[in-house]
Design a protein around this ligand. Structure first.
Ligand SMILES: Cc1cc2nc3c(=O)[nH]c(=O)nc-3n(C[C@H](O)[C@H](O)[C@H](O)COP(=O)(O)OP(=O)(O)OC[C@H]3O[C@@H](n4cnc5c(N)ncnc54)[C@H](O)[C@@H]3O)c2cc1C
Length: 372
């Protein structure tokens, strides 16, 4: 496996690195403090083309999976809140519309969403259905040719600012289908934003449907879970890339601080205890990156990658948590202060343990994969 980046991948990495450095990072603390959707940055990320990267031309740019992950890592280095809302838009928020919407609907929604002018969401989780999507209770019933949805979703990223909703609903006892609903549809309401410990600029809320007419069914009836399985690899690797970006930011901050901070007459980087932290962080970061790139490479080669992507996601998110925690230890009291970014990284990074499948669920999936 060749882990070196192509010239094109390096260009993409550079483009997003510059954006993250110049525009996103300087606003990251404020976005966290205000806990508001970063609309202007979202649009900017749309302008530079993130949202169309995973889709074929002419609507998208058809970039390879690793390029997409490199872009997300850079965004997450700048702000995990910004990266989280953008990642959602670039994959699950627009996935079903890109795949199944046609004609006027496609024109009305897809191009504006890929530019960042419209915000899309994926609505799967419910109060009684988290890891267990088989327990989804929102139901869809056909009434004179119109599908009407009744039920409740929760934890829906970008719901408070969403223009459209891709909703998983039950169309039969053992059947989940995917529907498109649009803002303003009768009986659709968005609940309060959930107060979160991290990724506070990525608003998440409940969504309620009361006999709400769907704009349309997306894809085939009953195929919801099947479609979801087809995007498991990018979903998991996307979260791994978000973890990598946050972890890299934490590592860099700790390394810089360790070189500058003096105690007992010398830089703390000269104490073995601090060196152990830095070494462990560097190893975790590199191992997480290698696993993630390896899984992406396998996927691009058309090789099986579901188990590998689960390994990469599990390892990267857990490693990122360790790295952010160590960064806080290196900064000690300053790592506990709001005006140092590492405390935000530690709060934010916990999101990567949950999104894309919890570690516990991924362990089960990996075990099944290796026993096959
Ligand atoms: C910031 C944020 C944004 C999100 N955005 C979205 C979104 O846009 N759309 C959406 O649909 N959802 C979204 N989610 C929801 C997310 O996908 C779910 O939280 C996730 O699937 C886990 O579900 P849960 O929180 O209900 O945990 P549960 O499934 O209730 O799990 C609770 C605990 O039990 C463990 N567990 C559960 N089942 C098993 C098992 N079989 N074996 C062993 N352990 C198990 C879990 O690992 C966990 O530790 C978001 C969540 C967060 C935090």
């Amino acid at each position: 496996m060749d882990l070196s980046l192509s010239a094109e991948q390096q260009q993409i990495q550079q483009l997003f690195r510059e954006l993250a450095k110049k525009e996103i990072r300087p606003q990251a603390a404020e976005i966290d403090a205000q806990a508001v959707f970063p609309r202007a940055l979202f649009e900017k990320v749309g302008e530079v083309g993130l949202f169309g990267m995973r889709y074929p031309p002419p609507e998208g740019s058809g970039a390879d999976l690793l390029s997409f992950l490199l872009a997300l890592e850079e965004l997450a280095w700048g702000s995990l809140s910004v990266a989280a809302v953008c990642a959602m838009q670039a994959l699950m928020g627009t996935f079903f519309v890109q795949r199944f919407a046609e004609g006027e609907l496609r024109e009305r929604l897809l191009a504006p969403a890929l530019r960042g002018d419209l915000v899309g969401t994926i609505c799967m989780t419910e109060p009684g259905a988290g890891s267990d999507l088989g327990a989804i209770a929102t139901r869809a019933e056909e009434d004179s040719g119109v599908w009407r949805l009744t039920g409740q979703k929760t934890w829906i990223t970008s719901a408070p600012v969403a223009d459209f909703f891709t909703v998983f609903a039950r169309t039969g006892e053992k059947e989940l289908s995917v529907f498109l609903l649009e803002k303003g549809a009768p009986g659709l309401s968005v609940g309060r934003s959930i107060e979160k410990m991290g990724v506070r600029g990525s608003p998440t809320s409940e969504v309620f449907f009361d006999h709400t007419p769907a704009t349309c069914l997306l894809g085939e009836r009953g195929e919801g879970m099947g479609y979801l399985k087809q995007v498991l690899v990018p979903i998991r690797l996307l979260t791994a890339a978000l973890a990598l970006g946050t972890a890299r930011a934490a590592f860099e901050e700790a390394r810089e601080y360790a070189a500058e901070r003096t105690q007992f007459g010398r830089a703390i980087a000269r104490f073995q205890a601090i060196q152990k932290h830095l070494a462990a962080m560097a190893i975790d970061l590199e191992a997480a990156r290698r696993l993630t790139y390896w899984a992406a490479w396998r996927a691009e080669q058309g090789r099986p990658a579901v188990t590998e992507a689960a390994m990469a996601k599990l390892f990267s998110s857990e490693a990122a948590l360790r790295i952010c925690d160590r960064a806080c230890r290196v900064l000690a009291s300053y790592g506990f202060a709001r005006d140092h970014a590492v405390e935000r990284y530690l709060r934010d990074v916990r999101f990567t343990l949950i999104g894309g499948g919890t570690s516990e669920i991924l362990e089960i999936n990996i075990a099944k994969g290796v026993m096959r």
